[in-house]
Write a protein that binds this ligand. Structure first.
Ligand code: GLU
Length: 493
């Protein structure tokens, strides 16, 4: 049977290697059966979703070669593929559930919900909606609606018994209904939550197999119940183990670079990154560690997915990348790839205006521009000895800049200039003092081409990685320090 799979990222930050991991397995599963792979953008969280993040997700999945058959930019028979463009679809489904008695309107205020939650926490109970509005009659609801009271739609959930989640890899997982919340399906603004949108869309898009991270297992009962309420066939569920940091905690950017763009800009090959992600959850029947996407599709067997906690180890990825470079690329290919990566005309044309005024002969150029193509500059703690700045202040400045950069999307020089100007103002320090440690972190040298323009060429992933690297060189930021700094940072605005 042909399967239709999807990857459904939320465009709320940098494209995560975890998204690529889910996309890869979904892609292989669909292709193995001659089916289709869909890209759906789950942007129901309007406050956090951005089009810049969506563009980066599309670009990085394409860079990896995981081309989708249907998606926001290629369309298809089940579009649109961006949930924000489907917002008028979901309300009717929520209404239908109310009519069938599977959902209800809830008028509880935030304050009331907070109180209930606090009381449940105090009593050591699972925090969940207490069913306050469950008993409202139709007339009462109509009156409240007519009076313009704000409301959401919640799903009903059985009070007793267990839900058996059938997972292709994990078998039957029993979850007591008492642990499952009466989930909000439609928010007060009429927009769906993830849970309603994912079910409606997986059904309308005829998804047969849902491959996603294990953090969604606890949501599966809600989704199964909704499929049941609607009378639709439930797709098969495959919950993949989460990628981990070497210390086994959930892969996080505090401990590892997680953005796909970082690996591209650091000079990893897309084939090697895909191969590595494949290797983390799956193995070739002959045990060969180096394999192509096509090898993986040809040999794909869901049963071979391993449930062990996969550790994302950058050193191992580097080793694999080395094998790809040495064993697979001819010298011609090597040259092509190198030029595609950074040594190309477009890139040089961005760099030349920054250095042109300072050179008389080409040989003077090389040392000036190495930092555009080197990964992390070689730094020592001594490099950060800045006049009148205590080591802790240097760390603080770098950490604050990093936090600003983590949410800043516009990576043009003027915008960076403005952002940091405002930060210096908020911190009540001179811009010169704010930029001094950043300059060292980014360029690694006492002199370099203009900072903001250089950062615009380097891109956000490399700049942030260099700041993190600088913080590491300075001994890192402990959890305790980070807590203190976070507090101070929050008070800036
Ligand atoms: N939008 C969800 C996410 O960002 C997708 C979860 C799913 O695949 O159902 O992870």
């Amino acid at each position: 049977m042909k399967s239709r799979t999807r990857v459904a990222p939320s465009p709320t930050g940098d494209p995560h290697v975890g998204t690529a991991y889910m996309a890869l397995f979904s892609y292989c599963y669909a292709k193995k059966t001659g089916g289709e792979f869909i890209l759906r953008i789950e942007d129901t969280d309007q406050e956090r979703s951005t089009s810049a993040s969506e563009a980066k997700i599309l670009e990085s999945l394409r860079w990896l070669g995981l081309d989708w058959d249907e998606g926001p930019d290629v369309e298809g028979p089940h579009g649109p593929y961006r949930q924000s463009e489907r917002s008028d679809i979901y309300g009717g489904y929520a209404e239908a559930l109310i009519e069938k008695g599977h959902a209800f309107r809830c008028f509880c205020t935030r304050e009331r919900l907070d109180e209930v939650r606090a009381a449940q926490m105090k009593a050591g109970e699972t925090t969940r909606y207490d069913g306050h509005c469950l008993g409202l009659s139709e007339d009462e609801v109509a009156l409240k609606m007519a009076a313009g009271e704000s409301s959401v739609v919640r799903m009903k959930v059985p009070e007793e018994g267990v839900c058996v989640v059938k997972d292709v890899l994990r078998g039957d997982i029993e979850i007591a209904w008492s642990q499952i919340d009466m989930q909000v399906l439609l928010k007060a603004d009429g927009l769906p939550t993830y849970h309603l949108a994912v079910v409606v869309d997986d059904h309308l898009m005829e998804v047969t197999d849902i491959i996603r991270g294990e953090e969604w297992i606890n949501s599966a009962p809600k989704h199964m119940l909704l499929f049941d309420y609607f009378g639709w066939d439930m797709p098969r569920l495959i919950h993949m183990p989460l990628l981990r940091n070497p210390d086994k905690s959930k892969l996080s950017k505090r401990k590892n670079p997680t953005s796909i763009g970082y690996y591209r800009d650091m000079g990893f090959l897309p084939e090697a990154l895909l191969n590595y992600l494949g290797m983390l959850g799956w193995s070739m029947p002959d045990g060969e560690e180096k394999f192509t996407l096509q090898n993986m599709i040809d040999n794909f067997d869901i049963e071979r997915i391993s449930l062990g906690a996969p550790v994302f180890d950058v050193e191992k990825l580097k080793w694999l990348n080395g094998r790809w470079l040495r064993e697979t690329l001819s010298e011609d290919d090597f040259a092509d790839r190198l030029s595609e990566w950074a040594y190309n005309r477009d890139n040089l044309k961005r760099i030349i205006p920054l250095v042109k005024e300072r050179v008389d002969v080409f040989t003077e150029l090389a040392p000036m521009i190495t930092f555009f193509a080197e990964g992390m500059p070689e730094l020592t703690e001594d490099d950060f000895k800045i006049k009148k700045q205590e080591p802790d202040d240097v760390k603080k400045t770098l950490q604050f800049i990093l936090w600003r950069f983590e949410v800043h999307q516009d990576w043009r020089a003027e915008s960076l200039n403005e952002l940091l100007g405002k930060l210096a103002e908020a911190m009540d320090i001179k811009i010169r003092d704010l930029l001094a440690p950043l300059f060292i972190a980014i360029s690694g040298k006492p002199v370099s081409p203009p900072l903001f323009d250089s950062m615009a060429v380097l891109g956000s992933d490399i700049c942030r990685a260099r700041i993190r690297h600088a913080l590491d060189v300075l001994g890192g930021v402990s959890k305790k320090q980070s807590k203190r700094l976070e507090k101070e940072y929050r008070e800036l605005d």
